[in-house]
Design a binder for this molecule. Structure first.
Ligand code: GDP
Length: 627
């Protein structure tokens, strides 16, 4: 079978309006098939794979007519050609028929249904609220989070905050509150586009010396789109000369009328610098959670939740931070997340402690998955491994299918490689900006980047937000969307997610030119970060024929893991870098050894170990770049 004709092949001519009208989608078979009628209809259902022939039967349009239409759009096909879902739907729409593609129910559908099982009853007990902090850049999101985190960690845990896992829990008045590390409102909405609404309340940070700014407005729009309550933190209140009335006025204009003005938006004056207002903010979050959101979950059921971030590391394999949203996740559970699956090997809480279980609204780091999920993908606990494997494999096939298709999109990260592979011949851009002036300044700067190897083509430049049609254009023409002080519309974000379109947003011109220049030079490689694991001191050295030198060690801090990277330190100086080839407890090979235990360590290709040397274990995490 030839690969399906992609929707992008059909974009040239079909009308935008028609596409927007399209309401057809994936559906599940309801146990019956629609009878084929020769007459044209306004709505039809079809089972994949969709061929021109089956489409013709389903919508009552002659095959020749369909082929002619495709031909007019520059697509050569035959009666047996297959169409991808979207292409089939668009072609049907050209003949005024809304098409639903009906899939067989799969193991995955059963799993997805478990996310929705909205049971009632006394098992559902109150759970902590999950908070996301949004706001304009530099208004103090990160500082506020840091402050909250440092000030409200349970006393016995102090000093234990070694872990960054993308989310954490603090306590106020004995009640836990979960914070998701501020991802920016695009990421917030991108998560929603994947169906993952993890946030219960948004804290909108507005700097008292700056007021409501463009990204504040966007953040408001995004929070409102998610239909979550907003609590405003009027931050930097410690600064002199702040005009609170002006900001209250600005907030009111955005339909966030402060309670002090008779509205219903709580505004708390905070300072991340002095700590002023933080207890009041936490107090207010507790109140809003209780009064406006009925947050409940059933800790007794198998866990479901969402991946917040994930990475792969040499020592530990796939590590994903997930937020448990319902149920309780336990070590040993079988989970599916994105197209990965596995048995939960270990759970770490936000303080880096090993835990056995994680209940509702708790963020935990999970190891044991066999593939890296994407932020926003949901996870669920399943009964058995074979079911999990089946779901993961189906998903993988689907992802691979998409990757093999013609439609692999271009991003600034992969531009260089794609050009090297001759798959892309120029950097195609769609520029959207807030005003005509920025648009001109931007295109002038971009023209300067043009060079022989990488022609820069601006396909569209216009004033206004990024719309769904921009995304379709980008998809069809392998372009990257650059938004300068403009926000993409919700539908554009959804479409961009689906089609993997790179939308880059900036508010400073040199950032645009700088990043694009780097992309052209192939510089936007994935970020890596070193994560310290543990230290061990060498107490004795053994020479074993055939193996070499094994260091008898005592783990003084953290854990030592087999396969981890290692540094050998002698008298404070690093003298060798390698990896931990073998790790033993007594005679047994083990995967890791914790603090205060003895172990034998063999460092790869290195035999000159001496007593009192220190072995430092670490891993390199590859961080997926997200925008
Ligand atoms: P973000 O971009 O919103 O995450 O903002 P940051 O947390 O990085 O803060 C931006 C700058 O504002 C930093 O230099 C902070 O030190 C400063 N800042 C943050 N909160 C406050 C505050 O409450 N008072 C004062 N005076 N400065 C603050």
């Amino acid at each position: 079978m030839t690969s399906p004709l992609p929707a992008s092949a059909l974009l040239n001519e079909s009308d935008d309006e028609g596409r927007n009208r399209r309401s057809g989608g994936r559906k599940h078979k309801a146990g019956h098939r629609v009878a084929v009628s020769p007459s044209r209809k306004s709505h039809a259902e079809i089972e994949p794979p969709v061929t021109i022939r089956s489409l013709s039967e389903a919508i009552g349009v002659k095959g020749n007519e369909l082929l002619r239409k495709l031909m007019n759009q520059g697509v050569a096909a035959t009666i047996n050609s297959t169409l991808d879902d979207e292409a089939a739907q668009m072609l049907a729409l050209d003949f005024g028929v809304e098409l639903d593609i009906v899939y067989e129910e799969t193991a995955e559908d059963h799993m997805l249904a478990s996310f929705e099982s909205d049971e009632e009853g006394e098992n559902r007990i109150p759970r902590p609220p999950v908070i996301t902090i949004l706001g304009h850049v530099d208004h103090g999101k990160t500082s506020l989070l840091d402050r909250i985190r440092k000030a409200n960690v349970v006393a016995s845990e102090s000093g234990g905050i070694t872990q960054h896992i993308g989310a954490y829990q603090v306590e106020h008045d004995g009640k836990p509150i979960t914070f998701v590390d501020t991802p920016g409102h695009e990421a917030f909405t991108a998560m929603r586009a994947r169906g993952a609404n993890v946030t219960d309340i948004v804290v909108l940070v507005v700097a008292a010396d700056d007021g409501v700014m463009p990204q504040t407005r966007e953040a408001i729009a995004h929070a409102k789109a998610a239909e979550v309550p907003i609590v405003v933190a009027l931050n930097k209140i410690d600064l002199p000369n702040v005009n609170i009335n002006k900001i209250f006025g600005e907030l009111s204009q955005e339909e966030l009328v402060p309670e002090e003005y008779g509205g219903d938006t709580p505004v708390i004056k905070t300072s991340a610098t002095t700590g002023q207002g933080i207890p009041e903010l936490l107090e207010m979050l507790g109140i809003v959670a209780e009064l406006r959101c009925d947050l409940r979950a059933n800790p007794e059921r198998p866990a479901t939740g969402t991946c917040l971030e994930a990475s792969i590391s040499e020592g530990r394999g796939v590590v994903a931070t997930v937020l448990v949203q319902d149920g309780t996740l336990k070590v040993g559970d079988v989970i599916v997340c994105g197209d990965g699956f596995g048995r939960v090997r270990a759970l770490f809480d936000d303080k880096g402690h090993l835990v056995e279980t994680a209940g509702p609204s708790t963020p935990v780091e999970v190891s044991g998955l066999d593939a890296v999920p994407t932020a926003g993908e949901k996870f669920a606990v399943l009964d058995d491994v074979s079911q999990a494997r089946e779901i993961a494999q189906t998903r993988r096939l689907r992802t691979r299918g998409a990757a093999l298709g013609e439609r692999q999109s271009v991003t600034l990260e992969n531009l260089f490689d794609r050009m090297a592979e001759q798959k892309v011949k120029s950097l195609n851009l769609i520029l959207k900006a807030d005003v005509q002036g920025s648009l001109e300044a931007l295109s002038k700067e971009l023209e300067k980047l043009e060079n022989a190897e990488v022609p820069v083509r601006v396909l569209l430049k216009a004033v206004g937000g990024i719309s769904e049609s921009d995304v379709l254009l980008a998809d069809a023409s392998q372009a990257i969307i650059v938004g300068f002080r403009v926000a993409p519309e919700d539908r554009a974000i959804t479409a961009a997610e689906e089609k993997n379109i790179d939308i880059r947003r900036y508010d400073i011109i040199y950032q645009v030119t700088d990043e694009i220049k780097k992309a052209i030079e192939g510089m936007l490689v994935p970020e890596t970060k070193e994560v310290h694991l543990g230290r061990a001191v060498v107490r004795q050295v053994f020479r074993i024929s055939r193996i070499g030198t094994v260091a008898g060690c005592f783990v003084t801090q953290g854990t030592i893991e087999r396969g981890a990277k290692a540094r050998l330190i002698r008298e404070g100086r690093e003298i060798y870098k390698g990896s931990i080839d073998a790790l033993k407890r007594f005679k047994d090979d083990v995967k890791e050894v914790a603090q205060n235990f003895e172990c034998g360590i063999k460092i790869s290709n290195f035999d000159d170990v001496k007593t009192d040397d220190v072995i430092e274990a670490y891993r390199i995490d590859i961080i997926r770049r997200t925008l």
